[in-house]
Design a protein around this ligand. Structure first.
Ligand SMILES: Cc1cc2nc3c(=O)[nH]c(=O)nc-3n(C[C@H](O)[C@H](O)[C@H](O)COP(=O)(O)OP(=O)(O)OC[C@H]3O[C@@H](n4cnc5c(N)ncnc54)[C@H](O)[C@@H]3O)c2cc1C
Length: 475
């Protein structure tokens, strides 16, 4: 059996990871869910809230929280991978506002359910702080703020100058920041494991070490495994990056790696120098940028933005251990916080997140085939999976709510290109993007106009490469 605790600091510090019994023979239920990550578990949880009489089975290849949900940066925040301006362009201002409002509710719903179900996931709603560490980065945070002004939700955000930023936390070179009040820090594996227990308390069954090998759309939808099949009125595919392993969904989503390093608990003296008392989730841009978490036990987790795409979407454990990325993370953390010199980094790990071709998450249920799916959060999945769960629960129980009218429920998914175009395209865009970041950092200026390569990528339909480029050093 795998040593599940070795997959992240969070899993090592969650509960007993002994697997639950696997599926043992074919069964029939109301709803069968592939994957016990946040998407699958939130869907199960909210389905059982809406209708406690439902028979819900969750099939998990490893253990609950094994995937990205047990390994992420613990940013439970209202970030959504498709920015408001693009939602306005495609779906109108009301729809764009509705997405942000639903995301704010999701951040709060995570906290509410933790409280209600006694899940000790170290939830702390201190907001999200994106720090500009060079004057040319001020433009990035101003653009972020303007995105929300466009939809009249700027009250949830603030632009802070250097002094206001320093009052929250001291980061070397900080010149200003963007603050979003809709953000909370969590211990993600404790959240996933606690949620799994809550699902069971409400009557759901979780079968671990049970890999789904295929799914069969309706009229009698079914999940197939080597240990038996599960027929249901509705099946939910909640495997995010791992969905690319299913032959029918090979090109729907690509797995992108992300990695984290974490320090030992810091001394009171170091914390006094840094501040960061509200435990905001913190991010930054450029080649030394990353996503940071101030853990409840006084450590700093630093996730450098150095994602890679494995050829042919092949996910292996080897992807989790990229020493050059870990070293880059440790060096970047030291640059942010010079007072960490001499501090030990105790753990490092990685995982895969799912990126759809056009960066729009999908939360859909097809009543004709009985197949539901929630995936494609492009690194913004901790709160967005809660929204997926609420949306899918409403769709499956045929409730007509504001959630069932969100654009993600009707957006047409776009497939990635076949290999080797997929790999070549991704690698070229990423390399171009890093080079552009390095150049901006060298010259201290954003170029007046985009380079030819940027313009070409920008024109390439249907916008994935453009989005990838715009993501900048952010994954
Ligand atoms: C290192 C890292 C850092 C991140 N940081 C953040 C962050 O700070 N904030 C944020 O918002 N997002 C972050 N993300 C993204 C976020 O964690 C994910 O988007 C989210 O957890 C996805 O949840 P999920 O349940 O959809 O997928 P997963 O958590 O990946 O769960 C899928 C589950 O399905 C199981 N499974 C897969 N295939 C099968 C099969 N065939 N049969 C049965 N079971 C199967 C897997 O074992 C897994 O347990 C990060 C991701 C990574 C990897």
């Amino acid at each position: 059996m795998k040593d599940y605790a070795s997959y992240s600091f969070w899993l090592e510090n969650a509960d007993d990871l002994t697997p639950r019994p696997p599926l043992d023979g074919s069964i029939s239920v109301d709803v069968a869910i592939l994957g016990a990550g946040f998407t699958g578990l939130w869907t199960a949880y909210h389905l059982l809230q809406r209708d406690p009489s439902l028979k819900v089975a969750v099939l998990e290849a490893e253990i609950a929280g094994f995937g990205a949900s047990g390994r992420n940066g613990g940013w439970c925040f209202a970030g959504f991978p498709y920015p408001p301006s693009e939602l306005v362009e495609e779906y109108g201002r009301d729809a764009a506002r509705a997405v942000s409002l639903a995301m704010y509710d999701s951040v709060d719903d995570v906290g509410r359910v933790c409280e209600l179900e006694g899940i000790d996931a170290h939830y702390a709603k201190g907001g999200e702080l994106e720090i500009a560490r060079a004057s040319h980065e001020m433009k990035i945070i101003e653009d972020m703020y303007n995105e929300f002004r466009l939809i009249g939700l700027e009250d949830h955000y603030r632009l802070l100058d250097k002094n206001q930023t320093d009052e929250r936390m001291r980061v070397a070179g900080a010149v200003g920041s963007f603050w979003n009040k809709e953000g909370a820090a969590v211990q993600p594996a404790r959240l996933a494991r606690g949620l799994a227990r809550a699902v069971e308390r409400h009557g759901g069954t979780i079968y671990e070490q049970t890999r789904v090998t295929d799914y069969v759309p309706g009229p009698l939808p079914r999940l197939d495994t080597d240990r038996g099949n599960v027929s249901a009125k509705a099946i939910v595919l909640a495997g995010e990056a791992y969905l690319a392993r299913l032959p029918k969904l090979r090109r729907r989503v690509i797995p992108i790696t992300s990695h984290i390093v974490i320090t030992e608990p810091l001394s009171a003296d170091i914390w006094q120098q840094i501040g960061w008392e509200e435990r905001e989730v913190v991010g930054g841009f450029g080649t030394k940028g990353g996503y940071l978490n101030h853990t409840a036990d006084g450590r700093i987790a630093f996730g450098p933005y150095r994602g890679t795409y494995p050829f042919n979407s092949t996910i292996t454990d080897a992807l989790d251990r990229q020493e050059d990325v870990f070293e880059h993370g440790r060096k970047s953390a030291l640059e942010w916080f010079p007072m960490l010199a001499g501090t030990r980094f105790t753990h490092s790990w990685g995982g895969v997140l799912g990126v759809p071709r056009d960066h729009m998450p999908i939360m859909q249920y097809d009543r004709r085939t009985g197949v539901a799916m929630g995936y494609g959060y492009t690194g913004d999945g901790v709160a967005t999976t809660n929204l997926s769960g609420r949306v899918l629960a409403d769709l499956i129980t045929e409730a007509d709510t504001d959630l069932t009218r969100l654009p993600m429920t009707r957006h047409t998914p776009v497939d990635w290109e076949p290999e080797p175009v997929r790999w070549a395209g991704y690698s070229l865009v990423r390399r171009g993007r890093y080079q552009a970041s390095e150049e901006v950092e060298r010259t201290g200026q954003q170029p007046d106009k985009p380079k030819l390569s940027q313009r070409l990528w920008g024109m390439y339909p249907p916008r994935a490469w453009r989005s990838l480029w715009k993501m900048g050093g952010r994954s």
